[in-house]
Write a protein that binds this ligand. Structure first.
Ligand SMILES: O=C(O)[C@H](O)CO
Length: 327
């Protein structure tokens, strides 16, 4: 209809899997919002009106059936950087563009990685529990942590987020190693004092903290398995803020149970959340957070702003600021 705003499909508004209510007025300035429920109730009449999808926490699922019922779909915008939940080739085969939100997420995800590293090093969860226990009894040895200044951080994946972690770690006076498909420019390395490890093994052998920041691809699935864990120092800590499947969880459970490594701090697991009887949840030397990376007041809003920017560009035939192409 002439003058009508473009229709944007979202999974839901509010609730567990819906966009935040506070984002609705901003989205409504640009789009007519339609939820999956409304779409499914009236598929035939509204399918051709929908031009864009905004995925919130990976929902709705963009499968062949959905793509076939949206003949005028132009763009799928994701509320995060990782696109591993999408079949990029399938979406592109429908002539639909895709975008993620790398600018919005990087600082908060880097902060979450640092928070996990510091919490594990200084045993924050354990000491909190001691502090609120009725007796407050503890031995000094129970609360001894790992000194951060002077320790070596190995960053696996030196993209935008990895680099922001290095910037932060430098301020904490850490030695920084990194492994990445491509080496960063010398000036970039010098700015954060990071040393490139061409081989992941050498990083694993030297680091006191190994932080995994790669995206999930067929090449990075189970990148950290039994062999890699055994290469790590017994005093080392593994921090994963990328995707659960990058670490072989069974191997990790065994490594934590038998002291192959000191501890782990995970913002991501598979599945998310873990079943309540999962062995990882029974360990003392672990911290698990519920995919906290981007969950801050401002970050959430910036993600929606970045998505809107991408969607409007696609609808106006302009280059997308954060277009993602199928590899
Ligand atoms: O990919 C990201 O940006 C976050 O992990 C949210 O999915």
């Amino acid at each position: 209809m002439e003058g009508e705003p473009p229709w944007l499909l979202v999974n839901d508004i509010g609730g567990i899997n819906g966009i935040l209510h506070s984002h609705v007025p901003f989205l409504k300035k640009h789009f007519h919002l339609i939820t999956m429920k409304e779409f499914l109730e009236n598929k035939k009449n509204v399918g051709q009106k929908i031009q864009a999808i905004y995925l919130w926490w990976h929902k709705p699922a963009v499968d062949k059936e959905l793509l076939q019922s949206l003949p005028n779909l132009k763009v799928v915008a994701n509320s995060g950087v990782g696109m591993d939940h999408l079949d990029l080739k399938l979406i592109a085969s429908f002539g639909v563009k895709m975008a993620n939100a790398p600018r919005a997420v990087s600082t908060s995800t880097a902060d979450a990685g640092m928070a996990l590293m510091l919490a594990s090093a200084r045993r924050l969860v354990e000491v909190h529990n001691i502090s609120i226990s009725p007796s407050m009894e503890y031995c000094e040895a129970d609360i001894l942590g790992v000194k951060i200044a002077g320790a070596t951080l190995g960053i696996i994946g030196m993209g935008r987020i990895g680099y922001k972690i290095a910037l932060r770690a430098k301020a904490f006076e850490m030695n920084i190693l990194y492994h990445n498909r491509t080496q960063r420019k010398v000036q970039e390395e010098q700015a954060v004092g990071a040393t490139y490890c061409k081989k992941i093994d050498s990083l694993l052998q030297q680091a006191d903290f190994v932080m995994v920041v790669v995206s999930l691809t067929p090449q990075t699935r189970k990148l950290i398995g039994k062999r890699e864990l055994e290469l790590m120092k017994p005093t080392a800590t593994l921090i994963n803020i990328s995707r659960g499947a990058v670490v072989d969880q069974e191997a990790l459970v065994a490594a934590l149970q038998t002291g192959v490594i000191r501890a782990a701090a995970l913002d991501v697991t598979y599945p998310e959340p873990l079943p309540r009887d999962h062995p990882l949840l029974k360990l003392k030397n672990i911290i698990i957070t519920p995919h906290l990376g981007i969950k801050t007041d401002k970050t959430n809003y910036m993600i929606t702003e970045e998505a809107v920017e991408n969607i409007l560009a696609a609808l106006n035939g302009l280059p997308l600021p954060s277009e993602v192409l199928p590899s």
